[in-house]
Design a protein around this ligand. Structure first.
Ligand SMILES: [Zn+2]
Length: 311
């Protein structure tokens, strides 16, 4: 009798283990389906001053990838990956190597700030090689080969496409990106000034990412938004640190303590320009981080502060 009881107990444990394994498998499958088919959270609040309570948020990593003279930023949130710009076509292998080293597979958002080749040259590769769920771009077209290649790759990917508008917030979990520009009413809208300008918020940490927005775009944003809304800890300086961006008025509103510049070593434009460096210095002191000098690097936010990390 006692023996029989023991056997019964053994079977019970086996059954429980099998049920647990089924539950775990179902959970993993549901998480995958959720990530793949979840609709992006886009809101159109008129303010960016959304502050989440921080503490147990986890970490967000901003990878400023060295793609030579160009831009590519990978943002890794606990809920998924976001890529902002894809560098020149000639740098797409470097970009792919970097993304693969990070183990990137799915990009929840691919943001192409504006249609210049140093930002979208690798866009077709990104769309072909990775599972891109949502593309965010400005409502600004070009007739160039790289632009056509990007639009063809977007069509082939069959992903959702959004034209960014001021006042929108694109979210991924607790990670928010508030759109300040481009302003469709801006009469001086050229390719650079059609750049998507967003403020990313993770807990108490904020980062202003500006593409190649120059003085006309900065002035346009300043006409609509206040310093309270624009204030950001980290600023990726517009147009690779060009003198045509990062005006006094813009910096006075954003008030960064960390400056990022993405540009190529010994680039022919002379980026970053001395005038822009002189203007940012009173705000950030020595906290200027340049891909031409450092290669790729990472800023990690725990929701409270940013920490620098070599890559
Ligand atoms: Zn550029």
């Amino acid at each position: 009798m006692a023996k029989k009881k023991k056997k019964q107990k053994k079977i019970d444990i086996k059954v429980i283990i099998v049920i647990l394994l089924i539950i775990i498998a179902l959970y993993i499958i549901s998480q995958y389906i959720d990530a793949k088919y979840r609709q992006p959270e886009i809101t159109t609040e008129s303010t960016s001053s959304v502050t989440h309570s921080s503490g147990d948020l986890g970490e967000v990593e901003y990878h400023f990838i060295d793609v030579g003279q160009g831009d590519a930023t990978l943002i890794r949130t606990p809920e998924g990956d976001i890529l902002i710009d894809a560098g020149e076509n000639s740098a797409e292998e470097d970009l792919k190597n970097y993304l693969d080293l990070c183990g990137v597979d799915v990009l929840y958002y691919a943001i192409f700030t504006h249609p210049d080749s140093d930002h979208i040259g690798g866009a077709d590769m990104v769309l072909e090689e990775y599972d891109v769920l949502n593309v965010i771009k400005p409502d600004f077209e070009k007739t160039t080969k790289v632009y056509t290649a990007m639009m063809d790759a977007i069509a082939a990917e069959g992903c959702k496409v959004y034209n960014a508008l001021p006042g929108e917030t694109y979210s991924l979990g607790e990670f928010d990106m508030f759109v300040f520009g481009p302003d469709p009413e801006n009469k001086e809208l050229d390719s650079n000034n059609s750049s998507i300008v967003i403020k990313a918020t993770w807990g108490k940490t904020t980062a202003m990412l500006t593409g190649d927005a120059e003085k006309p775009a900065e002035e346009s944003i300043l006409r609509t938004y206040s310093g309270a809304e624009l204030g950001s800890m980290l600023l990726k300086m517009g147009h690779h640190g060009s003198r045509t961006s990062s005006t006094e008025a813009w910096l006075a509103a954003v008030r960064p303590t960390i400056a990022i510049i993405s540009c190529g070593r010994d680039n022919s434009y002379g980026h970053p320009h001395a005038e822009a460096l002189a203007r940012i210095k009173p705000y950030v002191g020595e906290n200027i981080y340049r891909t031409d000098l450092l290669g790729s690097f990472v800023f990690i936010s725990d929701g409270e502060v940013f920490a620098y990390k070599d890559k």
